[in-house]
Design a protein around this ligand. Structure first.
Ligand SMILES: NC(=O)C1=CN([C@@H]2O[C@H](COP(=O)(O)OP(=O)(O)OC[C@H]3O[C@@H](n4cnc5c(N)ncnc54)[C@H](OP(=O)(O)O)[C@@H]3O)[C@@H](O)[C@H]2O)[C@H](O)CC1
Ligand SMILES: [K+]
Length: 498
């Protein structure tokens, strides 16, 4: 399934209209599908307030109001602008609405919102159809800001149409105010802004409706990752041995930070790697050995380890970074791996710090690479302010992955995976409980574990991110989000990785 920008969605609408279905019919279809979802949440006799803006989002709102009224619900519509400011399809729907029994009120920008607030307080459901994908990046103005804040303050269930009003569809940032919906009925495809920054908090529960638009009618390589798209875990052949599922090397953990290495190691082992070898500094050998799973091989080094040491012995992938700290010798180790080996390398956490000291090594390296930064680490890598990246995460991520020819896993609530060819994949799993210490170490181990299993690095990254989130979701569904720890994510692998 594709994820689209507002511009791409507008082009898709236009192409669909050009192919023969009229704009007004498309709006009727959108409104009908939204009505179906809304109706399933209503009980007889409920009062619904629909707030309609001047554009086609408001037009969808009018269709919903008319259809809910035809189904016997009491409906009140508030218009934020006079009829002459409505889009053509909205005006057509306004004439249809006037023939229905829906109560209509035009809000005045001069008078206050007192009556409006009282009406919201008496409603059972508020439908937000003020702005959709046509929202522009310009100040809302005080009046709309007050209006959207009043919607949020009403304390009633809010269903937003297509995208919560005030939320930018291109990056998930909000204007001065944005509706925080309980449910958003997303028309046809996820908009980028529903998945990034404030988007998921404003959207609430997302529900997609299909109005028959072909998502491939415009060129777009942004995808929503779902289970059926994944190639991991690989099917295990009867006639196979442990090396067929990857020998994974993990360079992780140091004095005071052995937990990161242990979590990454278990992440790799329990996602199906055939053999995991953990390389740790001599000084932490004993505590690591005492706490490592018995299946893991542990090797020690004094202060250095070379690519040659690792390339011996059928190694398929190296993970470097979790808990290694910032001592200089790791920059040397990392450079050696990238310059002198061809074994794929996953670089996480402090490994990314060492990489940032010599980023150009990526351009000279022949080794396939996956980087797994969160936004702060990505800012260090690129030298671009975090705030700037958040305004255009797709642009920055895509540009970096293409320039350095790496698979980039940019971690967040909806982690994005960028391929060296410019594709973007949005993860569909995870929950806020996973923002917890060690969660990233588990993910890095999991990606390395999959990368060992004869799949290409992009597939390993997609599967690692998806199943890591799915394991966290499994725990959260059963026990809630607040007690979730990195260990719980590992323990839940067995339920989702079947
Ligand atoms: N036929 C179709 O294309 C279908 C569209 N669907 C629905 O339509 C919306 C997108 O509708 P669109 O008309 O493009 O835009 P909006 O309704 O979201 O908003 C446009 C109006 O909002 C004003 N605006 C924009 N930005 C601001 C702002 N920052 N502050 C104040 N006002 C703003 C804008 O004013 P202008 O002066 O810029 O014109 C417009 O008045 C989509 O989301 C779907 O819900 C149907 O689903 C399918 C058919
Ligand atoms: K809306």
């Amino acid at each position: 399934m594709k994820v689209v920008t507002p511009q791409e969605m507008a082009q898709m609408d236009q192409k669909t209209i050009a192919s023969g279905i009229s704009g007004i019919d498309l709006m009727e279809k959108a409104g009908t599908e939204c009505t179906r979802v809304i109706e399933s949440t209503l009980k007889e006799g409920m009062l619904i307030c629909v707030i309609c803006g001047p554009g086609n989002n408001g037009g969808d709102g009018q269709v919903i109001a008319r259809q809910l009224s035809e189904k016997g619900f009491s409906v009140q519509v508030f218009f934020t602008e006079p009829a002459d400011k409505m889009s053509p399809e909205s005006q057509t729907n306004y004439s249809r609405l006037r023939e229905s029994s829906v109560a209509v009120q035009f809000l005045s920008h001069e008078a206050g919102l007192e009556g409006f607030e009282a009406s919201l307080a008496g409603a059972d459901l508020v439908v937000d159809a003020v702005f959709g994908t046509g929202l522009k990046d310009r100040p809302l103005g005080e009046w709309y800001e007050t209006l959207l804040n009043a919607v949020n303050a009403c304390g009633k269930r809010i269903a937003a149409i297509d995208i919560p009003s005030g939320l930018r569809g291109d990056n998930g940032l909000t204007l001065e105010a944005a509706v925080e919906a309980d449910q958003t009925i997303i028309i046809q495809n996820y908009k980028v802004g529903c998945l990034l920054n404030d988007g998921p908090d404003c959207v609430g529960e997302p529900v997609l409706v299909d109005i028959g638009i072909d998502e491939n009618c415009v060129e777009n390589n942004k995808y929503f990752v779902q289970k059926q798209d994944l190639r991991c875990p690989v099917k295990r052949k009867k006639n196979s041995h442990k090396y067929d599922y990857g020998s994974v090397v993990i360079i992780a953990g140091s004095k005071g930070m052995i937990g990161a290495g242990l979590l990454a190691t278990e992440g790799a082992l329990k996602s199906g790697a055939g053999l995991v070898t953990s390389y740790v500094p001599l000084e932490v050998y004993l505590p690591v050995a005492a706490r490592s799973p018995v299946e893991v091989m542990i090797k020690t080094y004094d202060c250095n380890i070379t690519g040659e040491d690792i390339e011996h012995d059928r190694k398929r992938v190296v993970l470097i970074g979790p808990g290694i700290g910032r001592k200089k010798n790791y920059s040397i180790i990392l450079n050696d791996l990238l310059y002198n080996t061809t074994v794929p390398v996953v670089i996480d956490a402090d490994g990314l710090f060492h990489l940032s000291r010599n980023l150009d090594v990526l351009k000279e390296s022949k080794t396939p690479v996956i980087l797994t930064p969160h936004f702060g680490e990505f800012s260090t890598l690129t030298g671009v302010d975090r705030e700037e990246i958040l305004k255009d995460p797709i642009g920055h991520g895509r540009c970096f992955a293409e320039e350095y020819q790496v698979v980039l896993v940019l971690k967040g609530y909806r982690t994005m995976i960028f391929s060296p060819e410019g594709e973007v994949f949005f993860n569909s799993t995870s929950n806020p409980g996973m923002a917890t210490a060690g969660s990233g170490d588990v993910l890095a181990g999991m990606i390395a574990g999959f990368a060992g299993q004869s799949v290409d690095l992009l597939e390993a990254a997609k599967a690692g991110v998806f199943y890591h989130g799915a394991a966290g979701d499994y725990y959260a569904e059963h026990y809630g989000e607040s007690t979730l720890t990195a260990r719980n994510i590992i323990d839940s692998f067995k339920y989702v990785l079947k």
